[in-house]
Design a protein around this ligand. Structure first.
Ligand SMILES: [Zn+2]
Length: 538
């Protein structure tokens, strides 16, 4: 008995080991995917249309609706089926801008590099005002400025020393960087601090918007968080229909901001002229673009590929996240060109509202896969959903059991170097096998670490297998992220061709596998309320 048990155990172990080593790789299909993706790529044509022709795609702007319609048309042209625009919301006010000039008139005349923050009003033609330095860090600071802001442009940030750059302007992940990522990283338990800060910031912004309008201030200026003439910016004002949008608010190039700050420190009078034109929209609908390659014998099971279609407004939304969108579209174009007949349905989701808190992806997850109750904490009701604590328990819908994987791409233009499993150790050996054909292209790292900040988090948060690829940084964090330099020229063709090929192959392998991908246990309420992952809004 004992011996046969040992024998059985040994056989099982051997068998299991064989299975373990044998995650199937469809090498011939990989060859075809590589051929189509490398020699017949359309990824840059897709990206060029999104950036040069459609331009920045802020959620709630007419350009994003145009992008929804164009991506749907393109996917249908390539033969994808069941294409539609999936409406969600309400999102609140829409916004776009069409003009932004800021000049210094005194003590000397010069144009300044400046762009308006989203959801702030324009100036109704050129207006002039006097710059003053103002330090408002809490609602208590407002009182000292009462009665003194009429006709003023408030410089609200401290000036910042421009130091020699510590980071290379353009960098790839080194073998050491990748090796470090493979090591397990214990959760810090430090979640929550960013949430507290974000709520404080939002409350102050609401009070300030009302205060500045009442006091007759002309505008607010902030310093760009990047230097070298890079304008990096997000939103101020408000997209909530019942809230004040405040006064015009713009970001100045760090070097220009510092210049004016130094003049103000020397008690020089600084007169500015602003001419900012922006538009609000009350009745625009927001959509995700959805289309699919129908499956065959497992058609009711789904492999989902996605990226956010929306962007900020300073550049043309190239690397955040036109690149991810173009790669996802190219991956399914490749598969369509090869006339694959996947077992599972391969679906594409191009999300809106990512930059405001993963809103489009969250709406999609809630509609199709799982929901969680709203926070019941009374003090949290004044905040938008992504700034409230998570509700429990998670209620799953039938399709929750049928999503094999969600693959997301949203870290700029860098090629794929590997993938994060989000702590799903069981899936690691599957991904290692699927990456084998792309070792020569630099993609071979599988890490069980988590990465946050983008749409796969919406899936992971309800126990669905949502994954984000590891990408080379390139100039994402030094130059392009949320900046005026997020334009087509900063996208790297060869990187995007590589990423498209890897994405197409992952989609194919997930769709052809006998089983769904292994999952983590569904999240349960932790002993103390945890909070959501960090999102992109600033
Ligand atoms: Zn992004």
């Amino acid at each position: 008995m004992r011996r046969s048990f040992t024998l059985l155990a040994a056989t099982c172990l051997l068998f299991a080991c064989t299975l373990w080593a044998d995650e199937h790789v469809h090498w011939e299909m990989v060859n075809r995917i590589r051929d189509e993706g490398i020699h017949h790529s359309q990824v840059m044509d897709t990206l060029q249309h999104l950036t040069d022709r459609i331009g920045p795609r802020l959620t709630g702007s007419p350009a994003l609706v145009e992008a929804n319609e164009w991506t749907l048309e393109k996917l249908q042209e390539w033969g994808l089926e069941n294409g539609h625009l999936e409406e969600w919301g309400p999102f609140g006010r829409g916004w776009s801008f069409s003009r932004s000039t800021v000049h210094m008139l005194q003590p000397r005349q010069t144009p300044l590099m400046a762009l308006p923050k989203a959801w702030t009003p324009g100036t109704n033609g050129p207006i002039r005002g006097q710059a003053i330095q103002a330090k408002i860090e809490s609602e208590d600071d407002l009182d000292q400025y009462r009665g003194g802001l009429q006709g003023k442009v408030l410089f609200m940030s401290d000036k910042r020393e421009i130091k020699p750059p510590e980071l290379a302007e353009f960098a790839r992940l080194s073998p050491e960087d990748l090796q470090e990522m493979e090591a397990f990283d214990f959760p810090s338990g430090q979640v929550g601090k960013w949430l507290e800060e974000a709520r404080k910031h939002l409350k102050l912004r609401r009070a300030l918007n009302e205060f500045l309008v009442k006091e007759g201030a002309i505008a607010v200026a902030d310093i760009s968080s990047r230097d070298g003439g890079t304008l990096r910016l997000g939103s101020a004002g408000s997209r909530q229909p019942d809230e004040s949008v405040g006064v015009p608010s713009f970001v100045l190039a760090a070097e220009h901001y510092n210049w004016i700050s130094r003049l103000l420190e020397e008690d020089q009078e600084v007169e500015l002229e602003l001419d900012i034109e922006s538009q609000f929209y009350d009745d625009l609908v927001v959509y995700n673009t959805i289309a699919e390659i129908p499956g065959t014998d497992k058609a009711d099971e789904v492999v989902l590929l996605g990226a956010h279609l929306d962007s900020w407004h300073a550049g043309t939304g190239s690397n955040d996240n036109g690149t991810g969108t173009a790669v996802v579209m190219e991956a399914v174009r490749i598969l369509q060109a090869l006339e694959v007949r996947p077992r599972r349905t391969i679906r594409v989701g191009l999300w809106a509202g990512e930059e405001q808190g993963l809103l489009g992806a969250r709406a999609h997850v809630e509609k199709h896969y799982a929901s969680r109750p709203d926070s019941e904490i009374a003090e949290e009701q004044e905040f938008p959903a992504h700034l409230r604590t998570l509700g429990w328990p998670i209620t799953v819908k039938p399709d929750h059991a049928k999503l094999s994987a969600y693959f997301n791409l949203d870290n700029g233009s860098g090629k794929i170097r590997g993938i994060y499993t989000q702590g799903n150790a069981a899936v690691a050996q599957v991904f290692e096998a699927w990456l084998k054909p792309f070792r020569d292209m630099g993609a071979d790292t599988v890490t069980n670490r988590n990465t946050g900040g983008t749409d796969h988090v919406a899936f992971d948060a309800v126990g669905l297998p949502g994954f984000q690829f590891i990408q080379d940084d390139l100039d994402y964090y030094t130059r392009t992220h949320h900046s005026n330099l997020d334009v087509f020229d900063h996208a790297q063709r060869e990187d995007l061709v590589q990423a498209s090929v890897v994405m197409a192959s992952f989609a194919y392998h997930a769709a052809m596998r006998d089983e769904l991908l292994p999952r983590k246990p569904i999240p349960r309420k932790p002993p103390e309320n945890e909070v959501g992952d960090e999102e992109d809004e600033e």
